[in-house]
Design a protein around this ligand. Structure first.
Ligand code: AMP
Ligand code: ZN
Length: 469
């Protein structure tokens, strides 16, 4: 039984999926105006570990991570760089995928881009307007927080407390200071879409409500994000989705603690700002993942050169044991000593840790203990081939499969040459389609089909299925 700390109820609860064995999970992804930083990396890696553990337990997880590709920060960058907003977003989306792969973060089932779901956002805002919850002031549409009785239930505060505690934007158009924008009227030079309220673009909060509803349904199991998003972002998502759909939005809310650097908030002005790729230049993905897994996901974490160096050493220790097992397995004259080593007990220990609100720190400690034991047994020569195979399997399933801590032959995150070639063909086909060269695009699809690769087009892009091994 998995226990999960739910920000909504402020307690650990048994995880009971809405529709087992399926679990639908949504994670707030990046705003793509820059390379992502090591703080973002913490949230992305911890959400990856949660997802991998749910899969380890046999759940069928649909994992969605959105990409915010229309936003003030993107617009600002596009002006600075004399590019379009779309060009800036596309560039950083591409770079985002590279970093995600280097960090061994499993691909999400969907990466919806906000700009591809504008109609769904407009529909949701229309629904809210019809219900008298949204109001239009000269092309800007706001959400009236006083109309949603439960406003504040996630942050655990009422409207007055929230108002006193937050730096709310002063805007004379708003009826209440906590009201927030659902639709923003276009300003000169900004990207815009047509809508019933005129030219404009969606507010940030409605993006996640509309995309999660479209891809996961009106009610789903888990919504995750960094701690900073509890208020106002997630509070507003609840207000929008529950008022529009009249259904409970999310069953479990998970929030990842913040990353600080040398006990200070990470910020560009303090000069202690690191992108994930900068850290990856000096440290392995496994060490970074181990560093994060050693701390509980909910608390804050302090990052320093010294600590990440220690994590690199820790990683080398378990990697050495793993390599030793693999080397031994190549040996033709292995000892044939029967052992009564209790692997089940080690699985139980690992699961006990992870079942308790994803206590990765304790799970990591179990992996280290296991590694030490196995090393000792091998050094003493009290083992046989089966012992080695089972030890390898344990590492593959737990340390690598769930936590992503080993350089292993099962690391499935490195795409094969074949997969990379298919992706290139998909890209060429999409370009051909955009250029209305349907002869070429159909040819690519048909030729791939002949060799058992079926392309599937959807709103979020093209995926493929292999029908032959
Ligand atoms: P952003 O691109 O800033 O919208 O953030 C993308 C994701 O990273 C969100 O889920 C944020 O909550 C999370 N995040 C941002 N900064 C940090 C940080 N310093 N530590 C941990 N998570 C963060
Ligand atoms: Zn979001």
């Amino acid at each position: 039984m998995i226990k999960i700390y739910n920000t909504l109820t402020k307690q650990k609860e048994e995880l009971i999926p809405l529709n087992p064995p399926n679990i639908r999970m949504y994670m707030c992804g990046p705003t793509v105006y820059d390379y992502f930083h090591i703080g973002n990396a913490r949230s992305f890696i911890m959400s990856d570990i949660v997802r991998r553990y749910l899969e380890y337990k046999g759940y069928n997880v649909t994992f969605v991570m959105n990409l915010t590709d229309v936003d003030d920060k993107i617009i600002k960058k596009s002006i600075e760089e004399n590019k379009t907003s779309k060009e800036v977003a596309e560039f950083y989306i591409n770079e985002f995928f590279k970093d995600i792969e280097r960090l061994k973060i499993k691909r999400a089932s969907f990466y919806p881009k906000a700009t591809e779901f504008i109609n769904d956002m407009i529909d949701m805002i229309k629904k809210l307007e019809q219900k008298g919850i949204a109001y239009n002031v000269d092309g800007n549409v706001f959400y009236d927080v006083t109309k949603f009785q439960d406003y504040g239930k996630l942050s655990g505060k009422n409207i007055n407390e929230l108002e006193a505690g937050s730096r709310v934007e002063i805007n004379e158009e708003k009826k209440h200071p906590l009201d927030f924008a659902l639709w923003k009227k276009a300003k000169e030079g900004e990207p815009f879409w047509e809508s019933p309220w005129g030219k404009g673009r969606p507010g940030w909060h409605i993006e996640c409500s509309a995309m999660s509803c479209k891809l996961l349904g009106e009610s789903f199991d888990i919504h995750a994000g960094g701690h900073d998003l509890i208020f106002p972002h997630h509070e507003n998502e609840i207000a929008q989705s529950e008022a529009a759909n009249q259904k409970p939005f999310v069953k479990y809310w998970i929030h990842f603690g913040f990353l600080n650097i040398n006990e200070e908030k990470m910020s560009k002005s303090l000069g202690n700002f690191f992108t994930a790729r900068e850290i990856l230049e000096s440290y392995s993905a496994e060490a970074i993942r181990l560093f994060f897994a050693q701390a509980h996901y909910r608390g804050p974490v302090n990052f320093s050169e010294e600590l990440i160096k220690a994590a690199e050493k820790g990683f080398e220790k378990i990697q050495n044991t793993y390599d030793r097992i693999n080397d031994e397995l190549k040996n033709e004259n292995l000892p044939q000593v029967e052992t009564d080593f209790n692997f089940n007990q080690w699985y139980e220990k690992f699961e006990q840790a992870m079942d308790d609100d994803f206590n990765t720190a304790s799970a990591v400690a179990t992996i280290f203990d296991f590694s030490r034991e196995v090393n000792k047994i091998i050094s003493e020569g009290n083992y046989n081939k089966n012992f080695l195979l089972k030890s390898k399997e344990y590492f593959d399933k737990t340390a690598e499969g769930v936590l992503g801590l080993l350089k292993s032959d099962i690391s499935s995150n490195q795409p094969s040459l074949e997969d990379e070639l298919i992706e290139i063909l998909i890209k060429i086909r999409n370009e051909a389609k955009q250029n209305k060269n349907y002869t070429l695009s159909d040819k690519i699809r048909d030729e791939l089909k002949k060799i058992g690769i079926i392309l599937q087009d959807s709103k979020t892009g093209t995926t493929y299925k292999k029908t032959k091994k």
